[in-house]
Design a binder for this molecule. Structure first.
Ligand code: UN1
Length: 495
């Protein structure tokens, strides 16, 4: 019988109001059940939001450096437990152990980095236009924050949201993806052990359409911070718009790597393999379009196919595994559906294109690394985020054409160019429509102290990571202090 886990509301661990649960499965082996988790509905959400609201008044008064000290302790706990957390992550969502360690490390880095903000949280002071008057702006917390996080970075992305939200003085209701509830449970345990007071952080497990939707609708949630698909993000935005709640969205990508004819081809291939097949293509920063100069298209394509065929699929815990499973059966079907679409659209499928069931892989949700070629920009496989190991290769004749193709989707998260020509690199940096552009490096590998986010339908203008994340989790308050002892009128008395 699988272990049963609970929500954490106002410091108490409890089952869902309905008593219903859902299963947490290992995607590499669906008979391995990690636990049963509460399938929360609007009642659980309401209770959690009420607790978060009740604790806000006190938490916002705790000096920010003290709030941050708790986060330093949480980071230390994560350092101590890195190996255990990484192994659990691989078991819960499938990526290879080395990548899971990277995810935990990203969480540690973010937690230390943002904890440092507890002693900064800088505002501005500026001269007043009037004599004997002082002017400044300070950051203040927003209130109750709902954090809705995805399964592909089940520790890192929760740190991106919860740590800055808490350091800034907000209280939180955390709704993790239903595919990775146990990593969320562990993270909450760590934060509580580090000293986050009861009720300041509440965990509500459940299904997106039920629990997540109830949070988005709840009238007392001041801000929803969401990372996930562009489609779900639209629903979140609509829900928030209806009650004028703040919303921060980090959504899909169709990230291009441009490979110019002067590129270091070995390096570009390494970058393409890592970008396209790392995390089984399930990153919002994955390289899903390879835009290759026709001079080297043939050579690049042949070598990429060869590399893709060498990738070993399997359980991410095994040292021999290069590529783990997809997250669940629905994704497996969806990804395979895109192979059908590619066929119908007239693209070539150079390798893969099938569900992979060799040996132990039959127990999980494995998809053979797939390469689509002869792709044109109007095809769905060149436009839609697939979230699987199936990049599309698109041939081009020039840099302007490459950039035009790169910009031809509704997304704009990450991007990359491989070239040895500094002029081409600068043109790409200037003209690619994306939140992130790499030169001679793949589309993945964002560091925590730089802004992370995208343009167009990837986001709604916010940037996580770096101090810019504080613009999501705080409000500006402007303060004027008149010490002249008389009524001074701005814009009038200083004519
Ligand atoms: C995501 O894919 O959802 O740059 C986030 C990267 C990681 C973060 C990815 N540091 O790929």
């Amino acid at each position: 019988m699988a272990h049963e886990y609970f929500n954490c509301i106002d410091g108490k661990w409890k089952a869902s109001a309905s008593g219903r649960t859902f299963e947490d499965l290992n995607p590499a082996n669906r008979t391995d059940v990690l636990g049963l988790f509460p399938r929360s509905d609007a009642r659980d959400v309401d209770e959690a939001v009420k607790a978060a609201r009740a604790h806000f008044a006190r938490w916002r008064q705790v000096p920010a450096p003290h709030r941050a000290e708790i986060m330093f302790r949480a980071a230390e706990l994560m350092v101590k437990r890195k190996e255990e957390l990484a192994a659990l992550m691989t078991r819960e969502m499938g990526k290879v152990l080395k990548e899971s360690r990277g995810d935990v490390q990203e969480g540690i880095d973010m937690t230390y980095f943002i904890a440092g903000e507890g002693r900064r949280l800088f505002g501005h002071t500026t001269p007043s236009e009037l004599p004997d008057k002082f002017a400044m702006s300070v950051r203040v917390p927003i209130g109750v924050v709902a954090a809705i996080t995805p399964w592909n970075f089940p520790l890192a992305i929760p740190t991106w949201k919860l740590v800055p939200a808490l350091v800034a003085g907000n209280t939180v209701v955390f709704k993790p993806a239903e595919d990775t509830p146990l990593m969320a449970q562990r993270f909450v345990e760590i934060l509580l052990e580090a000293g986050v007071p009861e009720g300041v952080l509440n965990l509500v497990q459940g299904i997106g359409e039920e629990t997540g939707a109830a949070l988005v609708r709840h009238p007392d949630v001041n801000l929803v911070s969401f990372t996930g698909s562009t489609e779900t993000g639209r629903e979140v935005a609509i829900g928030c718009a209806q009650r004028h709640a703040r919303v921060s969205l980090e959504m899909g990508g169709k990230n291009p790597i441009i490979v110019m004819d002067d590129a270091d081809l070995d390096l570009a291939l390494e970058g393409a393999v890592w970008g396209a097949f790392g995390t089984t293509g399930q990153r919002c920063t994955a390289a899903s379009r390879l835009i290759v100069h026709r001079q080297i298209l043939r050579q690049f394509t042949d070598r990429l196919v060869e590399r893709a065929r060498q990738l070993r699929l399997g359980d991410g815990m095994l040292p021999t595994t290069d590529v783990g499973p997809l997250i669940n059966e629905a994704q497996l079907k969806r990804v395979h559906g895109y192979t059908e679409i590619a066929r119908q659209e007239g693209a070539s499928i150079l390798t893969g294109g099938h569900i992979y069931t060799e040996g132990d892989c039959a127990r999980g949700f494995f998809y053979a690394p797939t390469i689509f070629a002869n792709v044109s920009t109007d095809m769905r496989i060149a436009q839609e985020e697939i979230f699987g190991p199936c990049p599309a290769i698109i041939g081009v004749n020039s840099l302007p054409e490459a950039i035009e193709v790169a910009n031809s989707t509704k997304y704009g998260l990450s991007s990359a160019i491989y070239t040895r020509d500094v002029n081409k690199a600068f043109l790409a940096m200037r003209d690619i429509e994306a939140g992130i552009t790499y030169v001679n490096s793949s589309t993945i590998g964002a560091e925590v102290h730089l802004p992370f986010g995208g343009v167009k339908q990837t986001g709604n203008g916010h940037r996580e990571g770096s101090p810019t994340v504080l613009d999501i989790f705080t409000e500006w308050k402007t303060l004027y202090i008149d010490y002249s002892g008389r009524l001074q009128k701005a814009q009038m008395d200083n004519e």
